[in-house]
Design a protein around this ligand. Structure first.
Ligand code: ADP
Ligand code: ZN
Ligand code: ZN
Length: 697
């Protein structure tokens, strides 16, 4: 039989024909020879015909059964088409790492289990004794511990056989008690509307602390009661532990958990739980949207605006698109929820495509926002007198404080004060950040580390500017000023180890006074005693060279503010800014999302940016910048019928120069067609980002 196979070259968009003597189904992996290498292939078609001579046989069939069910297969087709990417990258993305069509996938550890079998060969009394002392299936290692020779004899005589099973890793989540509140009128109304609307998608726009989680849990409960499954999506990691705990407290054992903190082994286990229909509810981050559900009844997407829902390598899918596909397949409802919805989603709700539901009231009072004008303040090392005073007051009342500084490390830029030399990453071309802890210079783009030398490599001076501050330095300063207090720092550096997030949050909850962190601390945290949130470099996000800069800034400030005053104690938020009159600052001060929405939509309309148009970016990469520009200009000529911005150079990657085009069109279909046609005709390697969320600088 001849079969068509996708081989694991990410950029290859077509299949190759092989012959296969054994039974194989569409959706199984096979091992094949390709360009003198042994690669893994994904069977796309069986029983095909071909006029080719010299068709090679496959080496072996890997899977007995297809890895993807019918729905997920259709989803892969949709993704490959919509994001203009190769099928094999879609498969890789959709499957847990251990099952990916990839030669160097992460290892999964199997354990040997003994399973009882019938046999009538004679046993010694000691062998009989050992055989009957276990309940089967049991771990082979247990029997071997008693006696390895008896274990061998039992195997040889056929009383037991070995079965390999995935080693248990005991994904552990600490438990909290479930508190079931009596619903407020607004919550009740929200649930009723979501359940009764004939629209597929509801947008739950609820201010921070309005009790969205309770709404989710009740909706989930009702769906579970009908025997259907629930997918509960949360943004990347920061928020995951708290939400998982709350869902687990309510639904106990029937849940699977899926997020990037799990290793390949654990992911496979959770994936199989869903595949074998052993759980009804999955809580997870982005990649959980590919779980093999059999009958989905509801999809909840919390903090739907969060940028971690968009994958930033090929296929650059957005979880929202995948969710809508799956909801259409399962004919189930979707709830998108946020205190700061993405402009796209809110615009759709505004136009009545989505059902708009608003939770306008907080369970407790909203925090008061104060804009601290840094032009008028006495500032020591980035901290205003007003903020320091406020921290002092809260701490002396035994309340808790969160400080947000969206920059990790110690010194963001190491610049020589004599010759101005800045140390940059040779691969990415961006300034290196000094990390005191490791006494190293770290590239925040590619993660490479370089030794730190006191001496300037250019002029040998030992003086460098000590301006600017990252979380590491902020922690050091705060500890100097507030000596007797317990400070917890949470950023990408302090949370690298497994379960570090959970541990740090627990530490803060139990004995912490101050929590310092990057945007990680802006999301989802729910601590009753936090009454002050201080935001240090509020302007930084606004300065980004990105059409979404204002939206991102508004989101971050409003979300961070939402961490203050969530209990009965009144909360306060201090935002340090050089531009208190900026409309984003003013909207945050008033907690007025709609004001922000209306204003921002005007700018988007003027600039012709989403949601008024659809975007796609194309990035061309080459060691020679002129060559990269040449390719980009050729492509630009191809897209004459729509608007094209650029080419402009963006930052390097792996020593290669990169040039970007932005394609704009009001007609999404046309945009897709043009991009696909272009990819079919060009020989260039192009990085396509359909509907980009963040613009690289
Ligand atoms: P959101 O997700 O909207 O930010 P949460 O769901 O975390 O808000 O709720 C905020 C706080 O209010 C939580 O501590 C929660 O336990 C509490 N809460 C939620 N609903 C109620 C209710 N109906 N009555 C009293 N407290 C509630
Ligand atoms: Zn120098
Ligand atoms: Zn780098």
């Amino acid at each position: 039989m001849l079969i068509n196979v996708y081989v694991e070259y990410n950029r290859l968009r077509n299949t190759f024909t092989y012959s296969c003597d054994s039974h194989v189904e569409v959706g199984c992996r096979v091992r094949v020879e390709f360009n003198n290498r042994t690669l893994i292939g994904f069977v796309e078609e069986v029983d095909v015909e071909s006029d080719f001579k010299n068709i090679k046989p496959i080496i072996e069939v890997i899977d007995e059964k297809p890895l993807l069910n019918c729905e997920l297969k259709l989803l892969a087709d949709y993704m490959a088409d919509f994001y203009a990417s190769s099928k094999v990258t879609c498969y890789k993305t959709m499957l847990p790492p251990a099952l990916r069509p990839s030669s160097n996938h992460s290892k999964v550890i199997y354990e040997e289990y003994a399973v009882l079998k019938e046999s009538n060969l004679p046993l010694t009394s000691r062998q009989k004794e050992v055989l009957t002392s276990f309940t089967y299936p049991c771990k082979m290692s247990e029997i071997r511990k008693v006696s390895s020779s008896i274990a061998k004899a039992l195997l040889d005589k056929g009383y037991i056989v070995i079965e390999k099973r995935i080693k248990d890793s005991n994904t552990h989540v600490s438990s909290i008690l479930d508190v079931q509140h009596e619903l407020t009128f607004e919550q009740e109304h929200a649930i009723e509307t979501i359940q009764s609307t004939d629209k597929t998608v509801s947008l739950l726009h609820g201010v921070t602390g309005s009790g969205k989680t309770e709404v989710f849990l009740r909706l989930a409960e009702n769906v579970l009661a009908c025997g259907k499954q629930v997918l509960f999506l949360v943004p990347e990691i920061g928020l995951t532990p708290m939400m998982i705990q709350r869902v687990q407290a309510r639904f106990q054992q029937k849940i699977a958990i899926y997020h990037s903190g799990l290793n390949a082994q654990e992911k496979l286990e959770q994936y199989n739980l869903v595949k074998e229909n052993k759980v009804d509810i999955v809580v997870g981050t982005r990649s959980a949207c590919f779980m093999p559900f059999s009958s989905l009844g509801l999809i909840l997407m919390d903090e739907e605006h969060d940028s971690s829902y968009k994958q930033d390598n090929t296929p650059r899918y957005h979880t929202r698109d995948i969710v809508l596909f799956r909801a259409a397949y399962h004919k189930c409802k979707v709830v998108l929820a946020s205190a700061t919805p993405s402009l796209e989603s809110y615009a759709r709700a505004y136009k009545n495509v989505y059902e708009l539901i608003e939770l306008k009231h907080r369970i407790h009072e909203m925090p008061e926002i104060q804009l601290v004008d840094m032009k008028k303040e006495r500032v020591t090392n980035g901290l205003s007198q007003t903020l320091l005073q406020a921290i002092y007051e809260r701490l002396s009342r035994k309340e808790q404080v969160i400080l947000l500084l969206n920059r990790r490390g110690y010194l963001p830029v190491v610049r020589c004060s004599d010759c101005g030399h800045v140390r940059i990453c040779p691969d990415c071309g961006i300034a290196l950040t000094y990390h005191k802890n490791q006494n190293a210079l770290v590239c925040h783009c590619c993660g490479r580390q370089f030794p730190f030398h006191e001496e300037c490599p250019s002029c040998h001076s030992k003086n460098y500017f000590k301006a600017g501050m990252g979380t590491e330095r902020l922690e050091e300063q705060i500890l100097e000023i507030f000596k007797d207090y317990h400070v917890v720092r949470m950023d990408a550096d302090s949370t690298r180890r497994k379960n570090a997030h959970e541990k740090l949050l627990k530490e803060f909850e139990e004995s912490g006074d101050l929590l310092i962190g990057t945007q990680m601390v802006a999301k989802g945290l729910d601590f009753e005693r936090v009454t002050l949130v201080g935001i240090l470099n509020a302007d930084a996000t606004l300065c980004r060279n990105d059409y979404r800069a204002s939206e991102t800034a508004y989101e971050m400030l409003e979300q961070a503010s939402g961490r203050s005053g969530r209990g009965t104690l009144k909360g306060e938020v201090l935002i340090q800014t050089f531009d208190p009159d900026h409309f984003v600052m003013q909207c945050v001060k008033l907690h007025d999302y709609k004001l922000f929405f209306n204003q921002e939509m005007k700018y988007r309309h003027l600039g012709m940016y989403p949601p008024y148009v659809y975007l796609c970016t194309l990035v061309f990469t080459h060691f020679d910048i002129n060559e990269a520009y040449k390719q980009a200009n050729e492509a630009k000529a191809y897209f004459q019928s729509i608007r094209v911005l650029g080419p402009i150079e963006i930052r390097m990657q792996q020593k290669k120069r990169r040039v970007r085009l932005i394609l704009k069109s009001k007609d999404d279909k046309l945009l897709h067609t043009l991009v696909k046609n272009y990819l079919d005709t060009t020989k260039q390697i192009v990085d396509v980002n359909m509907h980009p969320v963040m613009m690289e600088e």
